[in-house]
Design a protein around this ligand. Structure first.
Ligand SMILES: *Cc1c(COP(=O)(O)O)cnc(C)c1O
Length: 367
């Protein structure tokens, strides 16, 4: 096959040699609460607008590389202008581009693990040094003084609010301190903030804080994870820098059209978000009612739980009950932890029943 001299590892850039293809190998399950997707059905008004947008979009022309119609709609959502908005192929592309643009050899990224694994991945790919300021082992709070000290001389600080996988919001006073007391760029990743309420967001600060950036996505509250659209609110000079290095057509015509339709009808989505928030409380109470299970408070559309023998519990949920959740039990600081996405009432009940059955208990919450 002519592969005698195909030593790919030797040919790869050294920094990229240890990466594996990302394949979570999702087992098809009746109930999938593993990826923090929005599992609710969208309101008819939104589904119809999306269908109409798809039908009305020709595919023979290249997309608008700047996605200006979508940027205008997003800017209206946040009371700003398109100069403060850059879109990406999911939030993930923007996270990569941030490290590509502002990281690199000799530059430092500061994060607060346990947090979103992609930060460290993209840092390694771009040869950016990661300085982790670990959260409190018990309540996952951030040591503000330690973070401010670590941010000294750093290129970029990422705070996740609400944090994935711990569910807690970042204290906005801490964002304030980082802006006041350091010279770093500060990214607040608000992928889940709609489930916490818009008042928890620091997006309105972007207008006046040149070093502050806010990441948003349509993958979670908007129920469009398959579409791959995220966006960053930032100073116009940061937007320009990112727009200059991005893959110019990464957000395709269908994604732009569907995202625009959804953003313009976001008010119709409010009842869906409200139901997730109500179900989050019911699910958390149901989980907390199980013997020996700890549930951390969450402002997102998932809850982190600690359950004895978590890896085994997760396997039995999948194999015996066709319910899929995410296993974090081998992640540093997350011994015996599972992350459970808040689904519909039926899905949450299926999980609670299955968990109770595995643990030989009766479900403690039924309404
Ligand atoms: C899901 C998620 C994102 C973005 O996801 P995309 O689907 O790429 O938009 C960003 N940050 C965190 C913490 C997330 O959990």
């Amino acid at each position: 096959m002519g592969e005698k001299n195909l030593d790919v590892a030797a040919r790869l850039r050294p920094a990229l040699r240890s990466f594996e293809p990302y394949d979570p190998a999702f087992s098809p399950c009746r109930v999938n609460l593993s990826a923090n997707e929005n599992t609710h059905e969208l309101p008819g008004e939104v589904r119809e607008a999306i269908s109409a947008a798809l039908l009305a979009t020709p595919l023979n022309r290249y997309p608008d590389p700047m996605a200006n119609d979508l940027r205008d709609a997003l800017a209206r959502r946040h009371g700003t202008d398109r100069a403060h908005v850059v879109v990406g192929n999911g939030g993930d592309e923007l996270l990569f581009n941030l490290l590509f643009a502002f990281g690199g050899p000799g530059r430092v990224l500061v994060t607060c693990p346990p947090d979103f694994a992609e930060y460290a991945n993209f840092a390694r790919m771009t040869e950016t040094e990661v300085r982790g300021v670990p959260r409190d082992a018990d309540d996952f709070s951030i040591d503000a003084d330690a973070l401010v000290a670590a941010a000294e001389g750093a290129a970029l600080v990422i705070l996740t609010s609400p944090n994935n996988p711990t569910g807690d919001l970042v204290d906005r006073a801490l964002v304030r301190r980082l802006l006041d007391e350091t010279d770093a760029l500060v990214l607040v990743d608000e992928a889940y903030v709609e489930f916490a309420g818009e008042e928890a967001s620091v997006a309105p600060w972007v207008e006046h804080e040149g070093r502050l950036m806010v990441l948003r996505t349509l993958s979670k509250a908007f129920a469009l994870a398959g579409l791959r659209v995220g966006y960053l609110l930032a100073n116009p000079s940061v937007v320009d820098a990112l727009a200059a290095v991005r893959q110019i057509y990464s957000v395709d015509v269908l994604a732009q059209a569907v995202a625009l339709a959804a953003v313009e009808r976001r008010r119709a989505l409010a009842p869906v978000v409200a139901d997730v928030v109500a179900e989050r409380a019911r699910l958390a109470a149901g989980l907390a009612g199980l013997d020996g299970v700890r549930v951390w408070p969450s402002a997102a559309n998932f809850v982190l739980v600690r359950v004895p023998h978590a890896a085994e519990v997760r396997r039995r949920l999948r194999d015996e009950h066709s319910v899929l959740v995410r296993d974090f039990s081998s992640a540093p600081g997350l011994d015996d932890c599972l992350r459970v996405t808040v689904g519909t009432r039926e899905e949450n009940d299926a999980l609670l029943d299955a968990l109770a059955a595995i643990r030989g208990e009766r479900p403690s919450v039924s309404s």
